[in-house]
Design a protein around this ligand. Sequence first.
Ligand code: PLP
Length: 367
Amino acid sequence: MLKSLDYVSGIKPYVPGKPVSELERELGITESVKLASNENPLGPSKKALRAIKNFISKGSEVGRYPDGGGFYLRNAIASRISNARMYFGIESIILGNGSNELLDIAVRTYMTHGDEAVMGYPSFVVYSMAVRSVGAKAIEVPLIDQRHDLKKMAEAITERTKIVFIANPNNPTGTINRKDEFKSFMKKLPQDVLLIADEAYIEYVTDRSYPDTLKYLSEGRNILTLRTFSKAYGLAGLRIGYGISKPEIINELNKIREPFNTNSLSQVAALSALLDKGHLKRSINLNNEGKRYLYKALDEIGVKYVPSETNFIYILLEKDSFTLYNAMLKEGVIIRPVGQKEIRVTVGLPEENQRFIEVFKRVLEVV
Ligand SMILES: Cc1ncc(COP(=O)(O)O)c(C=O)c1O
């Protein structure tokens, strides 16, 4: 029998949020609502869609390989993040097929069998999957008050540690670690350990005490800051994200990166999306309004939740989350069970949020 490597066979595959089309096919229903994968309910900017159409209308361009270096997009990202105090050039940016791919590339660049990576628990499940896929060990440090325990995470670093992952904001809890605690953590982070600062939800953050990882990067620290076009920019289906780091780190990552890892359509769409500040603002405002509505409704129902710096809310139940999830599925509302008694719900359009609350309230009484 063909056998995979022991450390691969032990990995549990990632379970994505159920697609709407699958649910509707299975249950023979229509108009279901997906609030399971933290997508932007407004979808992409119209300018991004127009850019894709324009690109396709040139016909033969789709038959050519993409610009493997993603020149225009990397340039635009570099100038967007540069300011009077900090300069980043194109050599500080790497594009990925989603920021997810960059996590994987970084792990393969810096880790091997027997190494360790420190991460929070619960946090984004892909970190431990990526680490275990190279035969290395994921050291999971429990969250404290639903936030990364940066003190304990620093204590968990050993001479075997190659990478520390901090999702800030964290998924699934939606919380951030503040400037002051981040500063103390950075003082303890050894120079031969890479910090992966996963900022997939940065655009939604409103807390002013949110730390600026690019500042540490410009001071020469070994950080790979990851961001994405999948969330606030609404391009999850096109798979495009980016990393910001020191040129020498980007250089190493490029040795592992597939030559054409991001496609032409995602590059043109992301470039237009980046320039469409109006759409981003509308998306953020809608999310803030949605959160206000959901907080109020959840307060009225009397369930506990964690105030969120993202586009999703972590809700703590007194009931089994999988039973609730299945009961809500039958009513056409897809949420995400993320623990025995915890669910994660993406903030949707106003009518989707209302539908969630209405079904949640009803289902909660019977499960
Ligand atoms: C914390 C975090 N990081 C990274 C990702 C990956 O995003 P993408 O690969 O779509 O850029 C996600 C997606 O859910 C996430 O929640």
